[in-house]
Design a protein around this ligand. Structure first.
Ligand SMILES: [Zn+2]
Ligand SMILES: [Zn+2]
Length: 279
């Protein structure tokens, strides 16, 4: 059984529609796929229908933008009630923050001498609930300013670069109990990617577990083999479940093909039973 628990569709910053993504998952030989768009549940219905059609398992999820000790942390939330009012309120606030951020980024890039407009970004964001930095990156590629998304981020959009603008993110320590209250299962995405190792050390993860954190995404392209084996040991010590995923973005991210990392079926069963218990 091949299970991929982290993917993005055009409901956020992926390039496949939710239905196309599910069909691609089937074609890639997956038995179960989760859709985890950034701060958005809008792709779930379409993805679930496509999964029924092609006969694979579907897990509705989200990847929520949070902050912990002033640093960004992505929190995966599986199977929460998408109508749970506090969760809906928190997601609306995050999306509003991102929508307000794009004009600030465009203005900063223009001050830096790059002739980009908000229209250029809108052209890239299409069906997404809110234009975000990946769409700015795509616009920079189209304008010939950057070679690809990665270069756009490293040169211009990452913290400390000329096009960086801060934005609202929910507090991780508020979001974990909120996801749990909504019947969902909270898992930290790519915990040690992007210099996360010092931020999310064993002590921090133990504290988050006590607040309701259920697991850590261990097998992810941002983790070296050494990171993975250390994180796996750590998860075992803390009794956290371990997931593995592609973080697929369609054409939006290279080296993240569907099923490139997968989740152990036993861990998947445990995740489902936690979601069931929360209900
Ligand atoms: Zn992420
Ligand atoms: Zn992701």
């Amino acid at each position: 059984m091949r299970i991929d628990l982290h993917t993005h569709s055009s409901a956020s910053d992926g390039t496949d529609t939710p239905a196309d993504l599910v069909r691609a998952a089937k074609a890639a030989g997956l038995d179960v796929v989760a859709l985890t768009d950034h701060d958005a549940t809008s792709g779930w219905t379409e993805a679930a229908a496509a999964a029924d059609e092609v006969g694979i398992g579907f897990v509705p999820g989200l990847e929520i933008s949070t902050k912990f000790r002033h640093r960004g942390v992505h929190l995966l939330a599986y199977l929460p009630d998408p109508t749970h009012p506090p969760l809906v309120g928190a997601l609306d606030r995050i999306i509003a923050g991102r929508t307000e951020r794009t004009p600030a980024i465009v203005a900063a890039l223009r001050r830096h001498g790059i002739a980009i407009t908000e229209d250029d970004v809108r052209r890239e964001s299409g069906g997404s609930v809110a234009a975000g930095r990946p769409h700015v990156a795509d616009a920079l590629v189209r304008l010939g300013v950057a070679r690809d998304r990665t270069q756009a981020f490293t040169d211009l959009l990452d913290p400390g670069r000329p096009g960086y603008a801060n934005r609202y993110a929910a507090d991780l320590e508020d979001m974990i109990p909120l996801v749990t209250a909504a019947g969902g299962v909270a898992v930290i995405a790519h915990a040690w990617g992007r210099r996360g190792r010092s931020l999310l050390d064993e002590q921090a993860l133990a504290g988050l577990r006590d607040q309701g954190l259920a697991g850590i995404e261990v097998d992810h392209q941002d983790h070296s083999p050494a990171d993975r084996s250390e994180l796996r040991d750590l998860a075992r010590r803390l009794d956290l479940l371990v997931t593995g995923s592609s973080d697929y973005h369609g054409l939006g991210k290279v080296d993240h093909d569907l099923g490139v990392n997968t989740t152990d079926p036993e861990q998947y069963e445990r995740l489902l039973s936690l979601a069931g218990a929360a209900r």
